[in-house]
Design a protein around this ligand. Structure first.
Ligand code: FES
Length: 129
């Protein structure tokens, strides 16, 4: 995926994300808006998604930085239990089955994990809550 006009935001060092594990982040877009995202790591897999469930737009985590189910097999929404595949964010069970989390592009340099945010991420109107 190419990111036209993408802006890199440094998140953390790679070793600060457990394997398997997840870590959540919030990035300020300007003085009034921010976006939530999380990174999932499992073996060779390292992926980032917007932290908004396709069902209602709510954040997914059970506890801070806790997005995986008990078996570390799926990303699980804490509200109604939807299960998403870590490798592509596709929902395999729950009220939003067949929909997907919105994936973001990661950029790892010298052990530092960053995310590239496309211009559309900045121009999007916030979801109603
Ligand atoms: S808000 Fe995530 S499954 Fe309903």
């Amino acid at each position: 995926m190419s990111v036209v006009g993408g802006r890199r935001h440094d998140l953390c060092r790679l070793h600060e994300i457990d394997d398997p594990g997840t870590r959540g982040f919030e990035i300020d877009l300007d003085d009034t808006r921010s976006i939530r995202l999380f990174v999932v790591r499992r073996g060779e897999l390292l992926a980032a998604y917007r932290n908004n469930c396709p069902h209602t737009g709510a954040p997914l985590e059970w506890l801070p930085d806790q997005f995986l189910d008990l078996g570390n097999s799926f990303i699980q929404c804490a509200i109604h239990g939807a299960l998403f595949r870590p490798e592509d964010g596709y929902c395999v069970r729950g009220p939003c089955i067949g929909q997907s989390l919105r994936r973001l592009t990661l950029d790892v340099r010298d052990g530092h994990v960053g995310v590239l945010l496309a211009d559309e991420e900045f121009n999007e109107r916030p979801a109603a809550s």
